[in-house]
Design a protein around this ligand. Structure first.
Ligand SMILES: [Zn+2]
Length: 193
């Protein structure tokens, strides 16, 4: 069975090298919708695959990091990156260009890594991240599965190269959230029933 949770955020970017002039040469924003799809063959003690309430902590916080923020590609012009960081408090620096395709891959890697170090104690079993869908507009989306997120052909995404600004980190319940996820520190979900 597959379950789906929808998240939304407003984000600004430039997608260098894309075919549309406005997109590759001017800072602009989108109202993103991100669908997180989990799958399992089992049900927990609440007869659910994975309680949506459990996503309100780390997962929601990580995705919400992009809200009212600029997505910066670390391969972009260093002067542009420095200027954005100087004038805007909320930014996320990524090792990939922030196209919808790459957003879906990077969010897959982030959520999958967090899920990998989350211990559930309400009978959840075999819960896997099925895919991440990123809608940049109402009419198009990109969907990343594990084979896309970890594809060597599309380029390996290194967790250490995902950087969140101080302002973003201070909005998390635990400003060390990403450091802990990267280290694989275990998170224990509360028992829900
Ligand atoms: Zn765009």
């Amino acid at each position: 069975m597959i379950i789906r949770k929808l998240f939304k955020f407003e984000n600004a970017h430039i997608v260098r090298g894309c075919s549309t002039q406005r997109c590759r040469a001017s800072l602009h924003g989108h109202s993103y919708k991100v669908e997180v799809l989990f799958e399992s063959q089992y049900l927990d003690h609440g007869q659910m695959v994975y309680d949506f309430g459990l996503m309100k902590q780390g997962m929601k916080e990580l995705i919400d990091s992009f809200d009212h923020a600029i997505a910066l590609w670390d391969g972009d012009d260093s002067e542009y990156i420095a200027d954005m960081k100087k004038h805007s408090q909320r930014w996320v620096q990524l090792p990939i260009s922030p196209s919808a395709e790459q957003f879906s891959r990077v969010i897959f890697v982030m959520i999958d890594t967090l899920l990998g170090c989350t211990k559930s104690i309400n009978g959840e079993r075999g819960v896997k991240l099925h895919s991440i869908i990123v809608h940049e507009t109402d009419t198009g989306y990109a969907q990343a599965f594990a084979e896309d997120a970890y594809s060597e052909i599309m380029g390996r995404i290194e967790l250490d190269k995902i950087l969140f600004s101080d302002e973003v980190r201070s909005s998390w319940n635990d400003p060390k959230l990403w450091e802990k996820v990267k280290k694989g520190e275990m998170f224990v979900n509360p028992r829900t029933v």
